[in-house]
Design a protein around this ligand. Structure first.
Ligand code: OAD
Length: 248
């Protein structure tokens, strides 16, 4: 299932960058966005993942994110997450560098034990002030309408997740682009590669000479441009890759 020349390329890599998407968490029981029963087939992104939707009905948006937090709290990292922890350990023990760029907001990579994680779309755990941008976590102060507000400036709190039409966090994005530029091998795992700018990272890596390994049971917009497409779930393919590297 894993092409021998992909393993050879990984074995000689000094720098690996990985981009993950919702597919990596599918085997933990977290729905993806664009598969047939995905989140955006059941819910409106305009209502639930945009500032306009939040302004129109903040309570509805907060309730939906509270539900998503509860879903994520109730699941565990899967074999794909664990294999990425082992891949990071494997290359750092050989003095190589490893960057895990994730579009996922579920924190499952960190719960599995991944260390160098860049969250380009934020996370579900924190709130952010919509006025002063301060990050909040834990106990909340409520306004007269029962909505959470910033303890510093009184602005309305929102989930610390990037919504449609919003910029990605600048420092996180800059670090992600650097990792893509420096990578010998770039792995795109469990993402449909349709959401930009994250989808552009693989192209950045490729333009600088990196080999691209895609792990996804189905083909994506990126597939025509990859070096190897491994058509399998990440919870199956990633442990095989790591076992082969560790055995070498
Ligand atoms: P998508 O739902 O667009 O794509 C999920 C991908 O995972 C699909 O290509 C599936 O084929 C693949 N997949 C499903 N099961 C898999 C498995 N077990 N192993 C490997 N791959 C599997 O999710 P993303 O690409 O992550 O943005 O979506 C990107 C962004 O769109 C998300 O971060 C989110 C959404 O709007 C924000 O929340 C800002």
């Amino acid at each position: 299932m894993i092409p021998a020349d992909a393993l050879t390329r990984l074995k000689s890599a000094r720098s690996i960058a990985v981009l993950t998407g919702a597919g990596v968490s599918a085997e933990s029981g977290v729905a993806t966005f664009r598969d047939p029963d995905g989140i955006w087939a059941r819910f409106s992104p305009t209502e639930l993942a945009s500032m306009d939707g939040f302004m129109a009905n903040p309570q509805r948006v907060l309730d939906w994110y509270a539900h998503r937090r509860a879903v994520v709290d109730a699941v565990e990292p899967n074999a794909g997450h664990t294999a990425l922890v082992a891949l990071e350990r494997w290359i750092t023990q050989r003095d190589g560098t490893f960057t895990l760029i994730t579009q996922n907001v579920d924190r499952l990579h960190q719960r599995a034990g991944s260390r160098n994680v860049l969250e380009v779309h934020g996370n579900l755990v924190e709130d952010r002030c919509s006025v002063c941008e301060e990050i909040h976590k834990g106990e909340q102060q409520l306004d007269a309408a029962g909505l959470p507000v910033c303890t510093t400036c009184g602005g309305r709190l929102r989930p610390n997740v990037v919504w449609f039409g919003e910029d990605l966090p600048r420092d996180v994005w800059d670090a992600s682009e650097r990792a893509a530029r420096d990578a010998d091998v770039f792995m795109s795992i469990g993402t449909s590669s349709v959401v930009w700018p994250a989808a552009g990272l693989a192209h950045t890596a490729r333009s600088r000479g990196a080999a691209i390994i895609e792990v996804n049971p189905t083909s994506t917009d990126l597939t025509p441009d990859v070096t190897w497409h491994i058509a399998a779930p990440s919870g199956t393919a990633l442990p095989l890759i790591v076992a082969a590297l560790e055995a070498a």
